[in-house]
Write a protein that binds this ligand. Structure first.
Ligand SMILES: [Zn+2]
Length: 430
């Protein structure tokens, strides 16, 4: 494993990137492999994502790691194979009798022989520090920008008070510019992009910005998606159609539409209260049954013009109302955040009224502190597993999912496309 910081000196911003593959000591060889790029910690309060990222690195570089022996990991592989319900995950024994630690080790070797895995463990270092100081509800950067709305594809100008504020322009933020540098440095080698979040359980494909599946992805994408769906027992499919809200200016849409990366994905690894988990008897709609919206031949030259802003605001307002009304969809992290935001000013007003009536400062301040602490705890629990047992299940489910995704990408139709581009580049260089 090579670890390197990508830096933007004039803003003193750093993006750490780990590079993992076989033959890393022989860079001339590793530079010829297709790359799968994982991004964690894009939203600061989603601490569990970086934990999963670190465990993924451990799984890939240390074949003596104890994580290979976790019964939770074997249970996740079993679910992927057997299509049994998640209730079987309570059983720690392997019902198939397969030696999962050995199987997993051989899969890691197989994957690393064919691809280079790159891991950004924490994208938003500045707001991560704020969370570590106890501000457990912080989503955006210290400069108040949602990094997953700061990319040029379908970027929209939002109100700075919005939790999805995407900055003054696309790539206004140093973290996004550094991510773009990493993407560009990989160029035609980029096989997969996996943007990892929490707040619900889900695996999303493009589109983010349209309520439909995107054209032009590998024919084996439905199989990849279904495999992960069996492990997480959660919502899988095109983000804009499945999640109940559209996201504008996301990195996934940019990597899919502008960079034409074969496997562009967004993962949601944990949701408090089981948000995103399938209800009993509920099943995911197969990808082939979603409406299709074609990927443009070329990236649109400029972000959407301002006059559309008003129409967009209306659309978003309708979406919010729709989320709050539709019971099946109200359980998304976004709806929850919006509810919290709407409730907070009311609570403060109520406290002030209470203060006026009681005439005592101390009670009110203590009340606010108590409430703030409760809100902070609620944020933590919404985005992060609160117990060790749950933590292990989350880590194991997604390590199994990521390893199977990597294996799928290394053997899928998308790999052949990228391989051709890599070898053409190789021969043209002589
Ligand atoms: Zn997030």
């Amino acid at each position: 494993m090579r670890f390197r910081d990508v830096k933007e000196h004039h803003t003193r911003t750093v993006l750490p990137v780990a590079h993992i593959t076989h033959g890393a000591d022989a860079p001339h060889r590793s530079h010829r492999k297709p790359v799968v790029l994982f991004v964690f910690g894009e939203h600061a309060r989603e601490l569990i994502t970086s934990e999963v990222g670190l465990w993924l690195a451990r799984l890939l570089v240390d074949n003596s790691s104890a994580v290979y022996e976790w019964p939770e990991l074997a249970a996740a592989f079993e679910r992927a194979e057997n299509n049994t319900s998640s209730s079987s995950s309570n059983s720690s024994s392997s019902s198939s009798g397969r030696d999962w630690p050995s199987v997993a080790r051989s899969w890691v070797q197989e994957v690393l022989a064919k691809v280079e895995v790159q891991i950004v463990p924490i994208e938003s270092l500045d707001s991560r520090r704020q969370v570590e100081e106890g501000k457990l509800c912080v989503r955006k950067t210290a400069r108040n920008v949602d990094l997953n709305r700061n990319w040029p594809f379908a970027w929209q100008k939002e109100d700075p008070g919005d939790e999805q504020y995407g900055g003054t322009t696309p790539f206004s933020e140093p973290q996004s510019r550094l991510m773009k540098q990493v993407v560009d440095a990989n160029g035609h080698r980029l096989l997969g992009y996996v943007n990892v979040h929490s707040g619900e359980w889900a695996l999303y494909t493009p589109w983010d910005s349209k309520p439909a599946y995107g054209s032009g992805m590998p024919a084996d994408m439905p199989e990849l998606v279904a495999t992960v769906g069996r492990i997480c027992d959660c919502k899988v499919g095109p983000a804009g159609a499945v999640s109940g809200y559209l996201a504008f200016g996301s990195s996934m849409d940019f990597l899919y539409a502008a960079k034409r990366v074969p496997y562009p994905l967004t993962v949601e690894v944990y949701g408090g209260g089981g948000f995103g988990k399938l209800q009993p008897g509920e099943a995911n709609k197969p990808l082939a049954q979603f409406d299709l919206i074609a990927r443009p031949d070329r990236e649109p030259a400029a972000p959407a013009p301002l006059p559309r802003r008003r129409a967009l605001q209306q659309q978003q307002q309708q979406q919010r109302q729709h989320q709050q009304q539709a019971t099946g969809r109200a359980d998304t992290a976004l709806a929850w955040q919006q509810q919290q935001q709407q409730q907070q000013p009311l609570d403060v007003a109520a406290s002030q009224q209470q203060q006026a009536q009681q005439g005592g400062d101390a009670d009110v301040i203590l009340g606010l502190v108590g409430r703030a602490a409760k809100d902070q705890q609620a944020c933590f629990n919404m985005f992060n597993p609160p117990s060790e047992a749950e933590y292990r299940r989350v880590v194991a489910d997604w390590l199994a999912s990521f390893l199977l995704m990597l294996r799928h990408m290394a053997n899928g139709e998308g790999y052949k496309t990228v391989e051709v581009a890599v070898s053409q580049r190789r021969s043209s260089r002589g």
